[in-house]
Design a protein around this ligand. Sequence first.
Ligand SMILES: Nc1ncnc2c1ncn2[C@@H]1O[C@H](COP(=O)(O)OP(=O)(O)OP(=O)(O)O)[C@@H](O)[C@H]1O
Ligand SMILES: [Mg+2]
Length: 308
Amino acid sequence: MCVINSPAIEAHGLVKYFGDMRALGGIDLIVPAGMIYGVLGANGAGKTTLLRTLLGIIDPDEGSRRVLGEARPLDAAARIGYLPEERGLYPAMTPREAIAFMGALRGLPLKVGRKRADALLAAHDLAQAANRPIRTLSKGQAQTVQLLGTIVHEPRLIVLDEPFSGLDAINQERLETMIRSQAAGGATIVFSTHVIAHAERLCERIAIIAKGVVRFEGTVEDARARMKPKVHLTTRRQDGDWRDAMPRDASVEDRTWHFDLPEGGIEPLLAALIAGDAGIDSLSIERPGLHDAFIAIAGEPAAAEATI
Ligand SMILES: Nc1ncnc2c1ncn2[C@@H]1O[C@H](COP(=O)(O)OP(=O)(O)OP(=O)(O)O)[C@@H](O)[C@H]1O
Ligand SMILES: [Mg+2]
């Protein structure tokens, strides 16, 4: 098998203004081929603008991008599947026709599209709805149909803007499975989300963006490692000299103390508590998840803002 190791997406210095509003402030991004990649950011961070710019739906004011080896992303359109943020299918069409039609827009013969649509709909419990007008489907069902239309032409790059929103727990899990199986088949998947749990479970790498700037890029583990572990410690006694040994940032409710793991580790503190006869009822050290790291990274002031 011939494996080409060039990245699926390479972007350098992407800047985009809407009037005076700088939506992208110089974004560099590399998405390796075959990866599940998450773009995380709060509302208005610039996720949709970034995805649209990467796909060539909008052109940047500055910077360049290369998508599946093409300097003009639209030249790669037949190899890309895109689920836009704004959902929409023709309500009078049937799911079978809609999926085949979406494939045809990306160069897939209609006949092949219909056949694949039948298989995809059956695999997603939608066989019964295959030939009903889309207007009779629930919102989540229609969204699933749109997702199937996004992958029907077997794209090498799948870009999904907030794909989980609007889906119930079962369909969210199905979508996670679909994303994993597309990646296992060699596709690259880029999706945006502000539901961090999906990214934590799925993504090999993530970019956290805020105000149009990449605040963090790396693995989920790298992001979590930026956060200090949290200690929760319950003592049997409430008072004693041992209290002086507690870290200054500790907060206490009843007899339970909460604080960041000290630089020197927990052992010196435990030694002081034992020596002071504080009595240790319980101790837990918890590594913060991606959710906490996201809040901290997306919420921290940018370097330029911090110097003001
Ligand atoms: N067509 C447009 N015209 C003017 N401003 C725009 C346009 N599109 C986006 N913006 C602005 O650019 C910024 C980034 O918007 P964008 O839609 O990319 O954010 P987002 O991260 O996708 O947010 P959300 O999570 O709410 O979808 C916002 O301040 C938004 O108001
Ligand atoms: Mg958006």
